[in-house]
Each structure stands twice: as structure tokens, then as C-alpha cells.
Design a protein around this ligand. Structure first.
Ligand SMILES: [Zn+2]
Length: 149
């Protein structure tokens, strides 16, 4: 555990998050700047900087929880695909993103965009009430799945 790491602090419950799942090794919560409604992050309680540093069984647990959450997201949002990725661009605590793919370009690269100048807008901010509702719907979906907790 790193004292000031944001994701360690969320895992310890020191910083509130819109949680959809918590167990003895993992916590899953909503991204507060979601690419799409229901954009979830999964983090292990244990601090590992990047995904390739994760013990294999912990990496497998993250993938398995991701599979369970993806099924709930597909049912809730009516999408055919859920993106699952460790992008590692911001917080140095391994975390997986799960994004309901409403459009193919929901996950893409600057390298694929022809225009030289791309303007990024501020992160979407659904607000606390909407995030609370989304988290509750995903958590209920996880509880209701066959074999769900
Ligand atoms: Zn950490």
C-alpha cells in the first residue's frame, strides 16, 4: 500500500467512489470522467504500478471480474462490445478500464486521426446522482447474475 496513491486510498475506503463491486482483492468503481455511461475501473487492493507487474493469479482475477461486469454492461446498455484495457496513462497503480462500446471510435488513437490539430474537451461529468444510479444498476446486475456475489 502506498500512502498517497489515489487507488490505494479508494481500495482502503479513505476516498469515496461509486463502487459496483468489492471483495478481498479487488474493487470496481465508476470512472468519474466516463467515455460512456457505465465506464468502470477495476483495481487490486495491492499496489502494483503496472499490469505486467501483477502476480498472474491477481491479473486473472481482474480479467474474470471484467468478464462478469462486461456481461452486465452489455445487458444494461445494449451494446455488442465492451472494451477492456490497461492503458496506464495516468495513475501508477494497475487498473483495468471497461468501456461499453457505443461507437467504434469510443476507444481509438490520436495516430488514427488525420487532422493535425485535435481539440479535446473537458472530461464528461455526469454528476453525483447519475453516477450513483449507474453504480447501483451495475451492482444489482452483478448480484443477479448466475453465481454472482
Ligand atoms: Zn496504489
Amino acid at each position: 500500500m502506498e500512502k498517497n496513491c489515489l487507488f490505494c486510498r479508494i481500495a482502503r475506503g479513505e476516498i469515496p467512489a461509486h463502487e459496483v463491486h468489492r471483495d478481498d482483492r479487488l474493487v470496481a468503481f465508476l470512472d468519474i470522467g466516463p467515455i460512456r455511461e457505465g465506464h468502470v475501473q477495476i483495481v487490486p487492493h495491492a499496489h502494483h504500478e503496472t499490469f505486467e507487474m501483477l502476480p498472474p493469479d491477481l491479473a486473472a482475477a481482474i480479467l474474470h471480474l471484467g468478464q462478469r461486469i462486461a456481461k452486465v454492461q452489455k445487458a444494461l446498455y445494449g451494446v455488442d462490445r465492451i472494451a477492456f484495457m490497461f492503458s496506464g496513462g495516468d495513475i501508477a497503480h494497475a487498473h483495468a478500464h471497461l468501456v461499453p462500446m457505443v461507437e467504434k471510435t469510443d476507444i481509438t488513437s490520436r495516430r488514427y486521426i488525420a487532422e493535425d490539430k485535435v481539440t479535446f474537451r473537458a472530461l464528461p461529468n455526469p454528476g453525483d446522482a447519475a453516477l450513483r444510479e449507474t453504480a447501483a444498476a451495475l451492482a444489482a446486475g452483478l448480484r443477479g447474475e448466475p453465481g454472482g456475489g
